[in-house]
Design a protein around this ligand. Structure first.
Ligand SMILES: Cc1ncc(COP(=O)(O)O)c(C=O)c1O
Length: 409
């Protein structure tokens, strides 16, 4: 009995072990088969998404130019009930909207066989800085030399940047455009007389060159149209050469019939009176009243006292103009940092003051577009320096309790 009982136990134990092993083996097989199937499916999905992936690489520094984002400026939008949008041109690789212009002027000159890379062809320009920096950068990237003639009263970081980019920098006293030594006239003359073996000089001439207008007509304008899906009520811009204002305005007004265009002009510039009354006149131009340089303002890059070809192309489409004081521009720049963390240069500040006024004029619900041309970093020693402003008796503090409606008239 004892023997038979132990035999039965052994059979039972054997049966149970066998069954357990079978279950284990089956489970393992199922697991392995499932793993294989999952891996195969994953591989197939990866292959599918791999084929949908396209390389997204830009060619060189010039590939980084343009396609800048359009941002909602929250503080100004909330203060007006409008959607106030700023195109972040300071994100261009050379730090300003002038990259677009410099690239198109150089490309156009290449197409017209006026310059040839790597033989010493030299690009000359008379500029207050931003265009020079863009030309110097693109000249390096494309095998040209750059020679920049500038007034000697601009922010020091602009000269430093130009030198670091390898440009020849010639600083001259600010004088009237009728003077042969005026920076634009001098750049033209230098280009005409420059020869270095096979290489000649090319005067970029951003004020009169239609490649400036075209850069904005074919790029900046279409970008704004696409980014807003064509829903814009007002465009607000300052003008130096006028290429930005005319190029974008001509493109947008062909498509948006109700669009209003407002010029944002700094104090001391004659364009405000030209738009409002068709007279090129700035009161600060009166004999003996001028305080600083040719346009009597701390703002750099916009404001001018002559009519350029690039401004004239879009002038008939400008509906109205706002004059912006240094006080308003300085306070707006500090306000945008305080409220939005947005650190912009002087011309962008003027644009934002005028954009606020346009929004107030049109009333809530409208879409207002302006440009944020460059960053405050390019203006640290002048527009953004309280010490400099105090030394010029043009220091205006933005008080903690002051809001935009308190400092913009
Ligand atoms: C910083 C900055 N903003 C705006 C402008 C004005 O653009 P535009 O010359 O197209 O009128 C300039 C012109 O030099 C500039 O340097």
């Amino acid at each position: 009995m004892v023997t038979s009982c132990s035999t039965n136990k052994a059979v039972l134990a054997g049966f149970l072990t066998g069954s357990a092993l079978t279950v284990l083996a089956t489970g393992l097989c199922c697991y392995l088969l499932h793993e294989k199937a999952t891996t195969q499916a994953d591989d197939e999905t990866e292959q599918e998404s791999d084929s949908a992936l396209q390389p997204d690489i830009v060619e060189g520094v010039d590939g980084l130019i343009g396609n800048t984002p359009l941002m909602k400026i929250r503080s100004l939008s909330e203060a007006t009930g409008c959607l106030v949008l700023g195109k972040a041109e300071f994100l261009n690789p050379g730090g300003s909207s002038k990259d677009r212009v410099a690239l198109n002027m150089i490309r156009t000159a290449e197409t017209q066989h006026l310059i040839k890379p790597h033989i010493g062809s030299t690009i000359f320009e008379g500029t207050v800085g931003s265009t020079g920096i863009s030309i110097a950068m693109i000249a390096r990237a494309k095998g040209y030399k750059a020679w920049i003639v500038m007034p000697d009263d601009q922010a020091i970081e602009k000269y430093q940047l130009l030198e670091k980019l390898g440009a020849t920098v010639e600083k001259v006293r600010p004088v009237s455009i009728i003077d042969k030594k005026q920076f634009v006239n001098l750049a033209r003359e230098r280009a005409a007389t420059f020869h270095d073996g096979e290489a000649t000089g090319y005067f970029a001439d951003q004020f009169e060159n239609e490649a400036n207008f075209n850069a904005h007509y074919t790029n900046t304008g279409p970008e704004i149209y696409r980014q807003t899906a064509g829903r814009i009520d007002a465009l607000v811009l300052g003008a130096g050469t006028g290429g930005t204002l005319s190029g974008i305005t001509c493109f947008l007004k062909e498509r948006i019939k109700h669009l209003k265009v407002f010029l944002a002009d700094p104090q001391g510039s004659g364009l405000y009176n030209k738009v409002k009354y068709n007279v090129m006149y700035a009161p600060t131009e009166q004999e003996g009243t001028r305080r600083r340089h040719q346009v009597d303002t701390v703002v750099e890059g916009i404001g001018i006292n002559r009519l350029t070809k690039n401004f004239d192309r879009g002038r008939h489409l400008v509906d109205d103009a706002y004059q912006v004081t240094d006080e308003e521009a300085i306070k707006m720049s500090r306000y945008l940092v305080r409220e939005d963390g947005l650190f912009v240069g002087s011309s962008s500040s003027v644009n934002c003051v005028a954009a606020y006024r346009a929004a107030k004029k049109l009333g809530p619900g409208h879409v207002i577009v302006t440009l944020l041309n460059d960053s405050g970093q390019r203006h640290l020693t002048k527009f953004w320096s309280d010490e400099y402003l105090k030394s010029q008796n043009i220091y205006y503090e933005l008080k903690p309790e002051e809001s935009v409606q308190d400092f913009v008239c």
